[in-house]
Design a binder for this molecule. Structure first.
Ligand SMILES: [Zn+2]
Length: 156
């Protein structure tokens, strides 16, 4: 466990974050590499403080780059579709247009999902995150509260 970590726990392969007093370890949630933790602003009373898990600059820029390349390919296909229509007819043009639109959709989705972690569950107090790197998980103290399954079973 790293010094200074508080309000962040490990429950099996998930992370449990205390919404109002989390201090993440200085590790990237996505690749487990050492990474500076951004200072958490004090929560504004009455609002949900935004969770900012640490992600290293390399992971962040990789996400942006991949999404950008895919988006550019999509735009190029949409722009080229009319020319394809004149050269090859309607069917290849429609296929190209659909592929281009699908590409843009994938790029949009990637913006949020290429970092493998995702929020599974959140309430007023805790946020549950899945998909963190094993090194990140290893740095956390274990969670002694209710498991996510029990929590969700209770809520339904
Ligand atoms: Zn990283």
């Amino acid at each position: 466990m790293l010094k200074g970590t508080s309000g962040v726990y490990r429950s099996d392969d998930m992370i449990v974050v205390e919404r109002h007093r989390q201090q993440f370890p200085s590790l990237c949630l996505s690749c487990g590499g050492v990474c500076a933790v951004t200072e958490v602003a004090p929560p504004i009373p009455g609002t949900r403080s935004k969770l900012r898990p640490p992600v290293c600059p390399a992971c962040n820029s990789r996400r942006g780059r991949v999404a950008k390349i895919i988006a550019m390919a999509g735009v190029a296909m949409i722009i080229a579709a009319p020319a394809i229509y004149f050269m090859l007819g309607i069917l290849p043009a429609v296929v190209m247009l659909l592929t281009g639109v699908t590409d843009l959709g994938i790029a949009w989705w990637l913006r949020g999902h290429i970092l493998r972690f995702r929020v599974l569950h959140e309430d007023e107090q805790y946020v549950w995150i899945a998909g963190a790197h094993p090194d990140f998980l290893a740095a956390l103290p274990s969670w002694h509260g209710m498991k996510l399954g029990e929590l969700q079973g209770r809520g339904n």
